[in-house]
Each structure stands twice: as C-alpha cells, then as structure tokens.
Design a protein around this ligand. Structure first.
Ligand SMILES: C[S@@+](CC[C@H](N)C(=O)[O-])C[C@H]1O[C@@H](n2cnc3c(N)ncnc32)[C@H](O)[C@@H]1O
Length: 358
C-alpha cells in the first residue's frame, strides 16, 4: 500500500486499461513521471544487450534502401524509442556506411518520454507519430505493443466473462460487469475462455494501435518486435505481470513498476493484413541469424595468443547468444508489414529476415 503525505492512499478501483494507462503514462507514471529513469534502469531489451542488434537492423535498413531505389530521404523511425539507445547505435552505423546513405537516412524517435540530453543532434525526437507524415523506409517498434494498455476479462462461476478492475494502490482485483460488445466479439474470436477463473487480455487496443502505426508508412516496412502468443498457445490465466529494478514484480498499477502483457500476434497480424501485402512473421532468432548475427565462440588458442581479442570475442558471442536465446529474446516475434513494396520485394524481404515464406 502506498503512503502519500502521511495519509494512506487507499487507491481507486479501475478497469485494467485505465489503470495501466495512468500507471505507465500518467503524470506520476512509470515511464513519464518526474522520477522515471527509463526502461534500461529496470529491464534489458535487445538494444540494451548489445550493438549487434542495431547492426542487424542496419543491414535491414540497407536492404530496404536498395529495394526502394536509394530514395533522397530514407526514414528510420523508432516507435516507442525509450531513451534512444537503438537510434543512437543506428546513427553510428549510418555514419560508417559507405556512400551517401548517412546523408539520406533520417532517424526519428517517437516517444512519450522527453528527448534524452545525450541523443545525437541529427536524430529527430517527437512525442506523437501523427507529427510525422508519410514515412518512406523502416518503422521499428521494439517492445512497444506489450505496453499498450488493455482490459482483462475473467470467466465467473456461471461462465459469464466479466471485466476485471484493479485497485491502483493495492493491486487487488475484482470481477465487475459483463463485457462490452467490442470486448465480447474480440474475445470470442481470438481468446475464447473455457473454465471459471480463466482470463484473457483483450488485445483489440494493440490491434488498433498497430493498424494506425502501419497506416503512417507510405512505402517500406513497419516492424513490431515483441513477446507474444497465437491461438492454441494462449496461457489460460493470461500473461500480465510487472517489472521493476531488474526483477519480475506483482503488477500493482501504482506507477512504480512496468505493467506488461504478451501480444496476441495473430490478432495484430489480422488487423493490418492487406490484399497486396501479407504480413511476414518470424522469430527474432531466425531473423537475426538471417541478418548475419553469429554466436561463434573464439578458439582457446586465441586466449593464449591474444587474450584481449579472446575476451572481446567471448563477450560478443555471449551477447549474440542472449539476443537469439530460444527461451528469451530469441523467441520474440518479428511482425513485418510491407507497405507499397512489389511482390518480388516482399519475397526478398521474407528471405532477408529468415521467414520461411511470405
Ligand atoms: C518497454 S519500453 C521499450 C523501449 C525501447 N523500444 C527499447 O526496446 O528499449 C516501452 C516504451 O514505449 C513508450 N511508449 C508507450 N506508448 C507510447 C506511445 N503511444 N508513443 C510513444 N511512446 C510510447 C514508453 O514511454 C516506453 O519508453
């Protein structure tokens, strides 16, 4: 229970979506409050692990530049950019790239948090995706959709699906009214509940958020990277959890921990599939390997001949192993939505990111 100016804050019971929005993005929110340190202070995302993640994405950007015919402006947009770690690393790869791609590549972070002071000057920073018009290039959203607020439904003893509310100070939860029509339709299609006590995370807010994001791309690719599940593998009790200070935590929406739930990948894909551009879905392990990441361990002979190089290679190999680990980041879904690309380009894109087929 949190204490506020000497009085005990008893909290308010809110549906999860409203509670999550306030806890993450409100004036005292985990991401936007005055003391919010940023994601890297609490957990490790792929850009925090190693620059090899950015190196792989830079190869994808380079590929896209060629597919788009080296346009005079190639947009690289990081949706939900955190503290700009990925963009900063990409700016170094851009600067080192031969030819004029560095001049043509326009890097932009879209993020509710303030612009980080140490961000390189040539990276643009905005709080709203709608401030960018007609993106031509690559839009990346790494670990964003799992933080898009959603409601939770639970099946009661009479097999009625009810909206769950949560107390914003204690995390105590209660079943309330039956679901709205929108929730009900989504639930029936994407996450049918079977037994009393089963819970579902109502992902239509993520579907809408991703559809809106894809719509902002005029020509290129929108790429969401996140943990998730598909029909047939939904966990009966859901996935909602908290993170703070490097640990998993009880999800109390009081602004002191991240609140996250896995993404219903198939629902997101269906929400933005287009007649002439099928979504390409793969896993991070396959995608990074196809983009050139290798966790090759150095030989023990190198330890004797060049100990410093041996250590460097060992660290690089362990970073690659972490990024491709099947029980962790390697199991993340890559949801790539081509926009305005020819069928042949889409085919090459699927191969480039290790997808079996389009
Ligand atoms: C888990 S962090 C991921 C940060 C970064 N992409 C990374 O991989 O390290 C989620 C970020 O999404 C941001 N965010 C959430 N909703 C947003 C929105 N609608 N527009 C911009 N940023 C948003 C949060 O402020 C937070 O920094």
């Amino acid at each position: 229970m949190s204490v506020n100016r000497g009085t005990v804050d008893k909290g308010t019971a809110l549906p999860w979506r409203a509670a999550m929005r306030a806890a993450l993005y409100g004036p005292a929110g985990f991401y936007t409050g005055p003391r919010a340190a940023g994601p890297a202070a609490h957990f490790r995302t792929s850009p925090h692990v190693a620059e090899s993640f950015a190196a792989a994405l830079w190869r994808l950007i380079w590929f896209l530049d060629i597919e788009l015919g080296s346009p005079s402006r190639l947009d690289v947009v990081d949706m939900a950019a955190g503290n700009g770690e990925l963009l900063t690393q990409l700016s170094y790869y851009a600067a080192a790239h031969p030819g004029n791609l560095a001049r043509r590549a326009k890097l932009t972070g879209v993020e509710l948090r303030e612009r980080p002071v140490e961000l390189p000057d040539d990276i643009k920073w905005t709080h709203q995706l709608s401030e960018l018009s007609e993106i031509d290039g690559l839009l990346i959203a790494n670990e964003w959709l799992d933080n898009v607020p959603l409601d939770i439904a639970e099946l009661d003893d009479e097999a009625v699906a009810r909206l769950v509310t949560v107390n914003t100070a204690t995390g105590e939860q209660q079943l309330t009214e039956p679901l709205s029509r929108t929730d009900d339709v989504w639930l029936a299609h994407w996450w049918p509940l079977r037994n009393p006590g089963d819970r579902a995370e109502l992902g239509h807010t993520r579907d809408a958020a991703w559809r809106h994001t894809v719509d902002s791309v005029r020509c290129g690719v929108a790429l969401a990277i996140d943990y998730g599940h598909v029909r047939g593998t939904r966990p009966p009790l859901g996935t909602l959890t908290g993170y703070a200070d490097g640990h998993q935590a009880r999800p109390v929406p009081d602004g002191r921990c991240d609140i996250t739930a896995h993404v219903a990948v198939d629902a997101v894909v269906a929400a933005c599939s287009q007649a002439d551009a099928e979504t390409i879905v793969t896993r991070q392990r396959e995608a990074l390997r196809a983009l050139g990441i290798r966790d090759i361990h150095p030989s023990i002979e190198l330890a004797h001949s060049d100990p410093a190089e041996y250590l460097r290679s060992l660290v690089a190999a362990s970073h690659c192993a972490e990024l491709t680990d099947q029980s962790g980041l390697g199991n993340f879904w890559w949801i790539a939505q081509p926009v305005g690309l020819s069928a042949a380009s889409q085919q090459r894109l699927a191969q480039r990111i290790g997808a079996v087929s389009c």
